[in-house]
Design a binder for this molecule. Structure first.
Ligand code: NAI
Length: 344
């Protein structure tokens, strides 16, 4: 089996080579992202393997099918970069529904702690032998209220972590998990109550039409003064301009972003020698109370192994049986994991 692997980074290769060799899969590793200009590189391959910032729009899907590529193997959980509606009936889309919810939830807490205890500032100061504490005052997480939007795999782990810190959790999910609400330290509430009652808000829902800019200017107006906003999910959940205005007006106390709406041309690459064209991102990064990491939350050894193992198993299983439980199906008007093994 021959697979064209797009947007390859050095940390992808070892695990994919290991699992690929075990199953006689030959990966051709391309550094370039998949898009309209690069899709012809998939010629002669059985499947393409892509990540979060590859572009799989109608034009790319049409060309892939013309080239005889039957399968699109996402090596991630999110699929907002794939036109699922258009893909249905043309190309099979497989994904890795979970690789390490712990990786993402732990990174979220790392960002929160770094931000509110000013670790990012202290690290730079002490490297310069500046041992002053002025301006480094933080606040206790114990006793604070965290609002968690999306209580799936990652949201649940983040809830556990927050409870370990003695925080109260206000949760919102389109499909609430009944067993989570204990009527005390974890309570499902309306979005409005969550925004009004939370000291910290963390996003763990997918990017959909419903959740696009779920944090916007009107929401920021409703929030508590000094609210801390955490986004390790998808960039477009937050209206970045509204966030910047919230920071400038001091309404938002801090923001930690692992994702950014316009990240696809920037994140995962070394742009240190370039002039950053995106004024909003540049201004956000310049703020003392904003921490940006470049879609790094997933990046642990455990997650990389799980991503490679599941992707290879998805491909092997699909090409053997024509079915895969991790196939995304658009049959009912929204994409979800295939339940009956007959996606076309
Ligand atoms: P999941 O599918 O287990 O959980 C998502 C939850 O969001 C579900 O409980 C679902 O009911 C809920 N949801 C769906 N629509 C909603 C809406 N309109 N409002 C509120 N909640 C809604 O997914 P998982 O594994 O927990 O991942 C969550 C998100 O994290 C992914 O969609 C992805 O965007 C992001 N992610 C980010 C990574 C990173 O490296 N920064 C890595 C992996 C995932």
């Amino acid at each position: 089996m021959k697979i064209a692997f797009f947007d390859t980074k050095p940390y992808d290769k070892p695990s994919f080579q290991k699992y690929g060799e075990e199953h006689n899969i030959k990966f051709k590793f391309y550094e370039t992202k998949l898009n309209e200009d690069t899709v012809d590189l998939a010629q002669g391959y059985d499947a393409v393997c892509v990540f979060v910032n590859d572009t799989v729009n109608a034009q790319v899907i049409d060309r892939l099918t013309e080239l005889g590529v039957k399968v699109l193997a996402l090596r991630c959980a999110g699929f907002n970069n794939v036109d699922m509606k258009y893909a249905f009936g043309k190309i099979h889309v497989l994904r890795v529904p979970a690789y390490s919810p712990y990786a993402v939830a732990e990174h979220t807490m790392a960002l929160l702690l770094a931000s509110i205890r000013r670790i990012h500032k202290a690290y730079i100061r002490s490297r310069d032998f500046n041992f002053s504490l002025a301006g480094l005052t933080g606040f206790d997480l114990h006793g604070k209220t965290v609002g968690i939007i999306g209580t799936g795999k990652i949201g649940k782990v983040f809830i556990d972590i927050c409870r370990g810190f003695g925080m109260k959790v206000l949760a919102f999910d389109k499909f609430p998990g009944k067993s989570l609400d204990n009527g005390d330290t974890v309570q499902y509430v309306s979005l409005d109550e969550l925004f009004k009652g939370s000291d910290i808000i963390s996003l763990h829902c997918p990017l959909t039409e419903d959740t696009y800019h779920i944090i916007d200017e009107a929401v920021i107006d409703k929030c508590k003064r000094g609210v801390v906003i955490l986004n390790t999910s998808r960039g477009a959940l937050v209206d970045a301009e509204a966030l910047l205005n919230g920071i400038k007006s001091r309404k938002v106390g801090a923001a930690c972003l692992d994702v950014y709406e316009e990240e696809s041309d920037l994140f995962f690459e070394d742009n240190s020698g370039h002039i950053l064209e995106d004024d909003i991102l540049a201004r956000l990064i310049s703020m003392p109370n904003v921490i940006v990491t470049s879609h790094q939350a997933f990046l642990t050894e455990e997650a990389l192994q799980n991503i490679a193992e599941t992707t290879v198993n998805n491909l092997v299983g699909f090409f053997k049986t024509g079915q895969c439980p991790n196939e995304l199906c658009y049959k009912k008007g929204t994409a979800e994991d295939c339940r009956d093994g007959k996606c076309f």
